[in-house]
Design a binder for this molecule. Structure first.
Ligand SMILES: *[C@@H]1O[C@H](CO)[C@@H](O)[C@H](O)[C@H]1NC(C)=O
Ligand SMILES: *[C@@H]1O[C@H](CO)[C@@H](O)[C@H](O)[C@H]1NC(C)=O
Ligand SMILES: *[C@@H]1O[C@H](CO)[C@@H](O)[C@H](O)[C@H]1NC(C)=O
Ligand SMILES: *[C@@H]1O[C@H](CO)[C@@H](O)[C@H](O)[C@H]1NC(C)=O
Length: 575
């Protein structure tokens, strides 16, 4: 009896401990004693200036995801945010407090021959020459428009996307306002030798590459790449000189001492050590997503193993590849590998599909029936609430171009990916996904129906892929909270700029960034190459070690020779 009572007490005690720990974890606000006072962070924002200008040049809505999500947090905190971008767009429902201003005509990529080449061919660094030329040719008009907008808005801070965005950096510099950059990639920001990119015809992670491959990717291809933009870059500097802008040696020179927010996360990104000026804050995902439309929901609920196909709104596939993809989609369903496919955003390319598709077994299927949604297992839609589809339990696989926005949504929702990268950052993203174990990759220059069918089957059945997907889902979820940190850092930069204005004593330092971001700038950048890298100290240490070794050799040699000599001498004497 006593024994039972003790057991009961023990169980009760355990129960209390467990309840207590769960309660603490969930709420986290239980005071240790009843009269303890909570510590609430109340930031005094009265002195912080409130006007922020966002600068983005290219890309569709998906390229605005990170910058607008962070800006939305800032508008909630009372900041006035204006987004400037090329193209004709209307006020967004999702971001009602952000003001939009157009910087002129949107680029029509489908007419750009160079983009067409990038879309259809293998990477060829030489081809970038023309891409850079077109890009820098557009500089002047955007710069002038942005300058005009900025002069009326008078922003206190510029928040610029790094991608092709020289006008934003230059206008910030001209107006002597702080600049915070945001980028989905570390490429071009910081250099580590074991990291490269398919854009240079190399691997993202050079870990297991041969000596020659590492040499080629460290020295040869980057120089080819630099060479391909050299002439247009010189021209670009000439145009800038007309507006009193100092000549830049490299495209990244302007932001050397500024804060950069990196919308990525280790787990997806190859791990490297980052300087404090580059803060990893991704994956940035919005708080709200459009819900499933009734027709998509109905389709998903009646197809337990659905594949979602979306290749972005920005780049496109060749007609031949579109036909192969459609054939693969029909065959994965016919082979019962999946039971349904939703293909988004393809209606507008309907013209580029053949009127019929011949399957591997010789049967002929009419394309127009599929586009008119007459096949009960294939659903074509021009609007797709992507995250809600990926997040649905019946969506088992995502065939994606592996743009960063789509990838983050898929990782967060825990849906494995079949990547069909087209160009720019996409091949690199696909490689990172594959090495994280959550994806397989298709080759746009050698698309093969059997290969697609096999890979879909492998992704659905491979236990390793399912485990890695869960792992990355958790990492994506916990890291997605860092968007608030991104907003905090922008607030601090604004506050720091006010304090700088008050700080009139320190006149000697006219480089604003060096003051604004002084907590983040590592001392080695001020120490020069030799002292910064401690080359002087290491050289001295090496000299000392070498001297000691030489001296030891000398002494040992003398000792041995001396002894031998003595022995010889005494031998001679004896003789
Ligand atoms: C924000 O913008 C509104 C309207 O454009 C203006 O009335 C308000 O004063 C601005 N607030 C700040 C803090 O600049
Ligand atoms: C934007 O497009 C709408 C219609 O799509 C048109 O009415 C409007 O004039 C355009 N605005 C600009 C600035 O081109
Ligand atoms: C390189 O090889 C090692 C050892 O086999 C392996 O652990 C690592 O994942 C490989 N790295 C890449 C990027 O393939
Ligand atoms: C995603 O799915 C989970 C689990 O099914 C659900 O709790 C969550 O609300 C979903 N999120 C969205 C935005 O649909």
């Amino acid at each position: 009896m006593k024994c039972y009572f003790r057991l009961f007490l023990k169980k009760l005690f355990l129960f209390i401990i467990i309840c207590n720990s769960i309660f603490n974890v969930v709420t986290g606000t239980v005071p240790p004693a009843h009269d303890w006072i909570p510590n609430e962070m109340i930031l005094d924002r009265t002195e912080i200036p409130k006007n922020i200008l966002l600068g983005v040049t290219i890309g569709g809505w998906s390229h605005l995801r990170h910058i607008l999500t962070i800006a939305n947090i800032l508008t909630d905190r009372g900041y006035n945010v204006t987004l400037t971008k090329r193209g004709n767009f209307t006020q967004s429902q999702q971001y009602p407090k952000i003001k939009f201003i157009s910087l002129g005509e949107k680029l029509d990529l489908s007419k750009d021959l160079e983009i067409k080449h990038l879309v259809n061919e293998k990477v060829d660094t030489g081809r970038f020459k023309a891409v850079f030329k077109n890009h820098y040719a557009a500089y002047e008009s955007i710069f002038l428009k942005l300058k005009e907008v900025a002069e009326t808005i008078k922003p206190d801070l510029f928040f610029c996307d790094t991608l092709n965005n020289e006008p934003c950096f230059d206008v910030a510099w001209l107006m002597k306002k702080p600049l915070v950059g945001i980028s989905t990639t570390l490429l071009g920001l910081t250099h580590v030798p074991y990291r490269s990119d398919p854009i240079f015809g190399c691997k993202v992670n050079m870990e297991n590459e041969s000596f020659w491959e590492r040499f080629r990717c460290e020295f040869i291809t980057p120089f080819q790449f630099l060479w391909s933009y050299k002439s247009s870059f010189e021209n670009f500097n000439k145009i800038r000189a007309n507006y009193g802008l100092p000549s830049l040696k490299t495209p990244t020179e302007r932001w050397q001492n500024s804060l950069f927010l990196i919308d990525s996360f280790f787990g997806f990104e190859t791990p490297i050590s980052l300087p404090p000026l580059y803060q990893e804050i991704g994956p940035v995902l919005p708080d709200y997503f459009p819900p499933l439309t009734p027709d998509v929901e109905k389709f998903l609920n009646s197809h337990k193993r659905t594949m979602f196909v979306a290749l972005g709104s920005y780049l496109f596939l060749s007609a031949e590849n579109n036909a192969k993809l459609l054939q693969s989609i029909i065959e994965v369903i016919e082979n019962n590998i999946v039971d349904g496919v939703i293909w988004a955003n393809i209606e507008k390319y309907r013209e580029s599909f053949p009127s019929s598709i011949t399957l591997s077994d010789g049967r002929i299927i009419s394309t127009s029936n599929i586009f008119d949604n007459k096949n009960p297992n294939i659903f074509m839609t021009s609007f797709a609430p992507q995250f809600s589809i990926l997040n649905h339990t019946n969506t088992k696989i995502f065939l994606s171009h592996s743009g960063s926005g789509s990838i983050y949504e898929s990782l967060y929702a825990g849906t494995p990916i079949l990547a069909l990268p087209i160009t720019y950052d996409q091949p690199g993203n696909a490689e990172k996904l594959e090495s994280a174990g959550v994806a397989l990759t298709l080759d746009k220059t050698n698309l093969d129906v059997n290969d697609i069918v096999n890979k879909v089957e492998r992704i659905l059945n491979d236990e390793q892929i399912q485990i890695s997907t869960k792992r990355l889902k958790t990492l994506a979820m916990i890291n997605s909270k860092r968007k608030y940190r991104a907003a905090d850092l922008i607030e601090f930069t604004l506050y720091s700029s006010v304090l700088k204005q008050k700080n009139t004593i320190d006149e000697s330092d006219n480089n604003v960034e060096k003051w604004l971001f002084k907590e983040l700038i590592t001392p080695d950048t001020r120490m020069g190459l030799i002292r910064g890298k401690y080359l002087d100290v290491y050289t001295a240490a090496l000299a000392i070690i070498v001297s000691i070794i030489l001296l030891s050799i000398f002494i040992i040699k003398n000792l041995i020779f001396g002894k031998l000599f003595k022995i010889k001498k005494s031998k001679d004497k004896n003789d």
